[in-house]
Design a protein around this ligand. Structure first.
Ligand SMILES: [Zn+2]
Length: 625
């Protein structure tokens, strides 16, 4: 009888099971590869792709030419008849999807724009050879993807070596991710053919490189030999294997000092860089690099670079910039701060060095190396440099699928970036308020009929700046500050990083880890923030004194999104107090009556007094005077 009564009450309130905001989120069934707790399962596997590359930079022909051996290990339980290879320079081929679509550049708040094309440049890669054991393999290109038939199915546990040769003309502007300035500065990414990820969720992941979606890549080891003009200084993923050849004795001595210095030591001074560039050495020099357990390899090269270095826990931090780059003098301090801050806050930086190259690229990240421009405003300079280094954590350490889920890459990175900016600029107006720009962004971008769910692919997002860079940090900030608490959130988020370091998490692993470690059912939260465009409108409808010692506050939730309520009660003597109500207040519907013990009459009530929510109608947030 009691059960029936309860059912009747719910029915009267119009609550049907399938519209409750608290209904369970439909996630993939846990497996022995991906556990119900969100951790990798006992049978977790991923493929391995290691590369030995020799490449030559021809500055006269503006061509990069290379040969490589790819060592590919099949750790999957499946036999593979073919492999997919990414050949991303084909984004600049005349017939590429990107050129055919001719989409406008991605414009960020503040006017920074990111053009995914080559700005009229026609290029593309030429595959000279793709062999295994001396036998050419049958291959077919599909734009930025290429399928290669294997001579025989690759059995589980087996490995194969591919011998590849290629070249491509270097675009002056490479889609905002790579490029060159004349013949004196090169930033090189997406430059060698690399394996597409084969995983337990989608099998092969040959989603085309159109521009907006970044890279989903396997981990492996790299041995890279670069032949460049003799006067060039090279920064890259990995560590230099032949320092005696590429550095002067004086540079090596300075480097040794830098490793134990918290502040930048000039390895190449501004004066030396200026003289050096003027001299221009003839001939070529060979730089040899090696990197372990990384998902990509990129490099920059210029005869113009000045070079500052410092050390943090044995990690060599490098900034390379042209003498005329302004303001770049503080950049090394910013770089050192960033590596230390993220290491101490989230997860220790796992590689032996971290390099930032100044140049034409608006901001791009690769393992151990980032491309960052010189920007006139100090805050912008910090943000760009720090943001690109933040990518060392997402997605270089936590190797998520960027081509599908930019919110797990740009979004998680942007979230940790706000903490870094608050810390670097602590005590300044900028440091105290920078995170509030996310609420302004919500007002501008989270518009009915226009906003799209965060879960949509990056190439489908009409407002990628909001969906990938702004909404995710707002979401995580509110999860931390309004739903959980800092200690609980930080522990769960750190655990997500630890569990999925050097692995391939999917959204479900993040949701499950956060729920399991925090002990909270967060299905409702992810549904609203990730899978829908639900909006929030909390309201205080009325307030009524009950006797002399209690007050009823009648609250309503007038839009689709539910969030916990914090309210502030004001008294006639000018005093105020805040009360927090848990999310369970909305379990039974969109109206809730809160009863508070109050010894004084309540003259005003304000919902969300700290204004941390993107509440779409603040006019109903206050009752009283
Ligand atoms: Zn980014």
């Amino acid at each position: 009888m009691l059960g029936l009564l309860a059912f009747t009450t719910l029915a009267l309130q119009g609550q049907v099971a399938d519209t409750s905001p608290f209904r369970a989120l439909t996630l993939p069934t846990p497996t022995r590869v991906r556990s119900a707790s969100g951790a990798p399962g006992p049978d977790y596997w991923q493929q391995e792709a290691s590369y030995t590359i020799q490449a030559t930079l021809d500055t006269a022909a503006q061509t990069l030419r290379g040969s490589e051996r790819i060592h590919y290990v099949n750790h999957s339980p499946d036999s593979l008849a073919f492999v997919w290879i990414q050949v991303e320079q084909n984004i600049f081929a005349a017939n590429s999807i990107t050129y055919t679509l001719n989409q406008p550049p991605l414009v960020f708040a503040g006017g920074v724009s990111f053009d995914f094309t080559g700005k009229g440049f026609i290029g593309g890669g030429v595959m000279e050879k793709f062999e295994a054991l001396g036998t050419p393999l049958v291959r077919r290109g599909y734009g930025t993807m290429m399928r290669v038939e294997l001579p025989a199915p690759l059995a589980p546990g087996a490995a194969i070596d591919f011998d590849v040769a290629w070249h491509f003309p270097i675009p002056p502007y490479g889609g905002g991710r790579m490029g060159r300035i004349g013949t004196h500065l090169y930033e090189l990414g997406q430059w060698y053919p690399r394996l597409v990820v084969y995983d337990d969720v989608n099998g092969w992941n040959p989603l085309p490189y159109i521009g907006a979606g970044e890279f989903y890549l396997e981990y492996g080891d790299y041995d890279v030999t670069l032949t460049v003009p003799a006067g060039f200084v090279v920064g890259s993923t990995g560590t230099v294997q032949n320092p005696d050849v590429v550095y002067t004795p004086e540079q090596r001595a300075r480097l040794a000092r830098a490793l134990t210095s918290d502040t930048g030591i000039a390895i190449i001074t501004r004066a030396e860089a200026t003289t050096h560039n003027a001299q221009r050495t003839a001939g070529t020099k060979v730089w040899h690099f090696a990197a372990k357990n990384v998902r990509d390899f990129a490099w920059c090269a210029s005869p113009d670079y000045r070079w500052d270095a410092s050390g943090y826990h044995g990690i060599q931090i490098n900034t390379l910039s042209r003498p005329e780059a302004r303001p770049w003098d503080e950049a090394h301090r910013m770089a050192h701060f960033t590596i230390r801050y993220f290491s101490e806050t989230w997860y220790p930086y796992p590689w032996p060095q971290a390099t930032t190259c100044e140049g034409l690229v608006e901001g791009m990240e690769y393992p151990m190396i980032t491309f960052v421009p010189a920007l006139p405003k100090r805050e912008d300079q910090f943000w760009d440099l720090m943001h690109e280094f933040g990518h060392e954590w997402f997605p270089m350490v936590v190797g998520s699928d960027e081509r599908r889920y930019p919110w797990m890459d740009e979004g998680f990175n942007s979230f940790i970036d706000y903490g870094a900016a608050e810390s670097y600029f602590q005590g300044t107006a900028y440091g105290d308020t920078v995170r509030r720009e996310l609420l302004s962004a919500a007002q501008l971008s989270a518009l009915p009929g226009r906003e799209q769910p965060m879960i949509n692919k990056p190439v489908e997002q009409r407002d990628l700046a909001w969906a990938a860079y702004q909404k995710p940090p707002l979401m995580l900030t509110l999860l931390r500050d309004a739903v959980l608490d800092s200690a609980t959130f930080n522990r769960a988020f750190r655990e997500y990083i630890r569990r999925w370091a050097f692995k391939h998490p999917q959204p479900a692993e993040f949701f499950r880890t956060m729920a399991n470690v925090s002990g909270k059912d967060l299905d409702w939260f992810w549904r609203e923030w990730v899978f829908t465009t639900a909006r929030l409108d909390q309201a205080v409808d009325s307030v009524k004194a009950v006797g002399t010692d209690s007050t009823f506050v009648f609250l309503s939730n007038r839009a689709q999104m539910v969030m916990p309520v914090t309210l502030e009660l004001a008294y006639p003597d000018g005093t105020r107090e805040r009360r927090a109500l848990p999310i369970e207040m909305w379990n039974l519907g969109s109206r809730f009556t809160a009863r508070f013990a109050t010894r004084k009459p309540v003259v005003a009530v304000t919902v969300d007094p700290a204004r941390i929510y993107p509440d779409v109608d603040r006019s109903n947030n206050r009752w009283g005077r």
